[in-house]
Design a protein around this ligand. Structure first.
Ligand SMILES: Nc1ncnc2c1ncn2[C@@H]1O[C@H](COP(=O)(O)OP(=O)(O)OP(=O)(O)O)[C@@H](O)[C@H]1O
Length: 465
């Protein structure tokens, strides 16, 4: 008898504790009986859904649903819990995340309990996050057509073509030597297209090792290969969904990945590595190449069908040596830019210096001219206001010999292994050749007689900028 009293007292205690939790929790709770008829709700339920006890108790579980399927009814039908269902409830169509579980007593189903979490705040925050990301993305694709300097007729034709392309969903192929401004064009096309508030993703196809390229571009499923991340990985195409993907150095993609890329362009869907279900995507592709892809097609290195696909809207950007008339305005443009960056007040460049710039062949194109102007300004005294010939650094191919052996100092003999010494010389020589080519990597690779991909590999290995 005494034991029974204690149990009853405990039961009361437990009951009032549960009641307190039930009433105090910020999440809405609703309980229905085995027939799906509402029997209990807590105050948070009314606060979130706007429905009072009178609206739901004694009524079928579907009464509070504005959009979606009743989770209570699913639980009662299956006797299994339901997790993470998204529903809209009540007259205000509040968006909630619902978890529900069956109530089973002595093996018998007697009802279902549901917990509804208000996700309006979470949605508001994710929307704010999305907008913040958009702004960052916009900053990422930072150039517009106004940033493309130059009056040359062929360059202006290219700009006009790019503006037209921007208004269409067409795949664009930008062709031009290294440093001619392909990336600025890609940014500008994206920024004046209807996708401008979405992601712009740049991929340097030559800088990603062949073995990783496919999984980087298309992603992979969990367990696709040894070392694959748990949960798999999104590919760059998926990252760019809704926006633009800029495939730089597209000529460097291997033939197998070319086949996959062709499929993406044709079917507008990607297949992850190790995946079985294609994923639909909506991405505008801008490809760029500084090699002659038509030639690569003839040599069997690039798929003809892919070439036709990407060559729908070809735009050729002329090298600087073909538009020397633009050197003056570009030089002045970069002076202005460096004045701001370095806090200087350089007023211009004189005729002699300009003449020297015009005589040069500019293998590194506009990028090289930008570097030369930057270095000239660094060479100038604070009191000097005009760039003169003597301020220009050595930049003519031929001023230094490409094959000049690197200076090797053996005084520290014995402190380096042969491998370390070989690497040291290799690093210096690559940096030297790159400088001579005005940072034109394609030309440097050609002179070094290594592939562009191998050059990228070595640049990363030796951390050469
Ligand atoms: N017409 C231009 N007006 C102003 N700046 C330019 C122009 N063309 C190129 N530049 C500048 O030159 C540099 C190189 O341009 P960009 O990176 O777009 O060249 P790229 O053709 O993509 O080179 P790569 O093939 O090596 O990637 C950038 O700093 C860019 O701002």
């Amino acid at each position: 008898m005494r034991d029974a009293v204690i149990t009853v007292e405990n039961l009361k205690e437990v009951q009032s504790m549960l009641g307190a939790v039930f009433n105090a929790t910020q999440d809405a709770i609703s309980v229905v009986d085995k027939d799906g008829i509402g029997i209990m709700i807590n105050p948070a339920y009314t606060k979130i859904t706007g429905l009072s006890e009178g609206d739901v108790l004694g009524k079928l579980a579907t009464v509070d649903i504005a959009e979606g399927e009743s989770v209570h009814m699913q639980v009662l039908a299956t006797k299994k819990p339901v997790k993470g269902a998204l529903l809209r409830v009540g007259p205000n169509r509040k968006e909630v995340l619902v978890n529900a579980a069956p109530i089973i007593v002595d093996g018998e189903l007697i009802g279902s309990v549901g917990v509804l979490h208000d996700i309006t705040e979470m949605n508001k925050l994710s929307e704010e996050l999305r907008q913040a990301k958009q702004i960052i993305r916009k900053l990422e694709a930072k150039y517009t057509f106004d940033d493309i300097e130059g009056n040359d007729v062929e360059l202006q034709n290219a700009v006009e073509k790019a503006k037209k392309a921007a208004n269409t969903p067409a795949t664009v192929l930008l062709m031009g030597e290294s440093g001619t401004g392909k990336e600025i064009f890609a940014h500008a096309i994206h920024n004046s297209s209807e996708r401008k508030y979405r992601q712009f993703v740049r991929v340097n196809c030559a800088a990603i090792p062949q073995s990783l390229l496919e999984s980087e571009l298309f992603g992979y499923e969990e367990g696709a290969f040894t070392g694959a991340k748990k949960g798999g990985k999104k590919g760059l195409f998926e990252e760019a969904n809704g926006g633009t993907i800029f495939l730089d150095e597209i000529g460097e993609i291997n033939v197998e990945t070319q086949a996959k890329l062709l499929r993406v362009l044709q079917e507008k869907e990607i297949m992850k590595v190790g995946g079985i279900k294609p994923v639909s995507i909506d991405v505008r592709v801008i490809a760029a190449s500084n090699i002659d892809i038509e030639n690569a097609v003839k040599q069997g290195k690039f798929r003809k069908d892919l070439y036709y696909r990407i060559n729908m809207f070809p735009i050729r950007i002329p090298p600087l040596k073909e538009r020397k008339g633009d050197i003056g305005c570009l030089a002045r443009f970069f002076i202005k830019k460096f004045n701001q960056e370095y806090g200087r007040n350089i007023e211009g460049i004189n005729e002699d210096a300009l003449q020297k710039l015009t005589e040069y062949q500019w293998p590194g194109n506009v990028r090289e001219l930008e570097n030369i102007i930057g270095r000239a300004i660094i060479n100038m005294k604070m009191t000097e206001k005009t760039i003169q010939k003597r301020h220009l650094p050595k930049f003519e191919l031929g001023d230094e010999k490409i094959n000049a052996p690197a200076e090797v100092d053996f005084s520290e003999g014995g402190t380096m292994t042969l491998e370390q010494l070989t690497e040291k010389i290799e690093k210096e020589y690559i940096a030297h050749v790159l400088r001579l080519c005005g940072n034109n990597k394609t030309q440097a690779a050609k002179l070094l007689q290594i592939s562009l991909r191998n050059l990228y590999y070595k640049l990363e290995k030796y951390m050469i900028e």
